[in-house]
Design a protein. Structure first.
Length: 353
């Protein structure tokens, strides 16, 4: 996979944030905090963090039901693990494409375009639930009143992000509920601006409408929502256990707030594994709860590293076992007319990393 300007910018941004997160840290204090940390609790937090991936695979099965009912959970789990591993070691969120490709290898009836569209639903539910839980944490008595990030109150940041999510939800619903009208508008636009992309774009929109089928039925919508809420409550529990392990006396609601902030951060271009973005967002989020920077970075580095290893090793095992080659993923994406990897749906998975 080529390294474009977005990927280079992401690596530079991650490096800058990693420097900012670490430049004022007293490393002897970090080492002392780690030595005094509760290692069993820290390891438990990594185990709990890794457990979100089977939950993610189970949710994906419900999202894909309109396209291919009852996809075996094992196939979805392997594809999910492979995708996260690739995101951890290669820039540009190539793992999103690899995740879909790995599934289509084992479940050929799921087309690449429909699988890619299902990730749009996956990310949409992540965004809605993450920011919903973040807002809920701000109603907790433990949330510091008047807390600010930069020169703005936290409520302003979260409010703006929520409006963006609602706009995205409305756009997806237009594709689901009025696919014919959306396609007609696209055809009229493409015919004037880029005629040679008219048919290709039409087929992509039809595949996306198919992949977004989960939004049509209230029962299936509720099921995906429930799995998403469980996923992020478990992830926040992993954060909170890690807090306790390094001596951070913050409530569970703080974990809900911090994971939302990290998820918002990793929507930006970043280096593989979201290094730098994770640490910087964790430092900012925990500062809201008056956690000193050194202890916040102690948790961020310890938790990030310990939760990074298991899913990367598991994903690498399945990547080799399935015989996946990145050049085949790129070719498949081009053949199916899917987006460039730099345009893949923004991930929130790194909020657990």
């Amino acid at each position: 996979m080529r390294l474009g300007w977005r990927e280079a910018a992401g690596i530079v941004l991650s490096a800058a944030l990693l420097w900012w997160a670490l430049h004022d840290v007293q490393w002897p204090e970090v080492w002392a905090h780690l030595q005094r940390s509760n290692l069993p609790l820290l390891l438990l937090s990594a185990v709990v963090a890794t457990s979100i991936f089977p939950l993610r695979a189970r949710r994906w099965r419900t999202i894909l039901d309109p396209v291919e009912p009852g996809v075996p959970l094992g196939k979805l789990w392997r594809a999910t693990a492979v995708g996260m591993m690739v995101n951890n070691v290669i820039p540009a969120r190539v793992g999103e494409l690899v995740r879909v490709y790995a599934l289509t290898r084992e479940a050929p009836r799921v087309t690449f375009s429909a699988g890619f569209a299902s990730l749009a639903v996956d990310r949409l539910f992540d965004a809605v639930v993450l920011f919903g839980l973040m807002l809920l944490s701000m109603f907790s008595p433990a949330f510091p009143r008047g807390a600010r990030i930069g020169n703005q109150q936290v409520t302003h940041w979260v409010g703006g992000a929520t409006l963006g999510i609602l706009a995205l939800l409305a756009m997806l619903y237009l594709i689901v509920v009025f696919p014919a009208r959306v396609i007609t508008l696209y055809e009229a636009f493409a015919r004037r601006v880029a005629p040679r992309y008219e048919e290709r774009g039409k087929s992509i929109l039809l595949a996306f409408a198919s992949g977004l089928g989960v939004l049509r039925r209230p029962a299936r919508f509720a099921s995906v929502l429930a799995w998403t809420v469980l996923h992020w409550l478990v992830n926040a529990a992993a954060f909170w256990i890690g807090f306790r392990a390094v001596g951070i006396d913050a409530p569970y609601s703080a974990a809900l707030f911090v994971q939302g902030l990290i998820a918002f951060g990793v929507a930006l271009p970043s280096a593989p594994g979201f290094w730098g973005i994770f640490e910087g967002a964790a430092k900012v989020g925990l500062a809201v709860y008056h956690v000193d920077p050194t202890r916040a970075v102690t948790w961020a580095i310890g938790y990030h590293l310990l939760s990074f290893i298991p899913i990367t090793v598991i994903g690498a095992f399945y990547f080799t076992r399935l015989g996946i080659h990145l050049k085949d993923v790129r070719r498949k994406a081009d053949d199916d007319g899917s987006a460039d990897e730099s345009d893949a749906p923004p991930t929130a998975e790194a909020a657990r990393a």
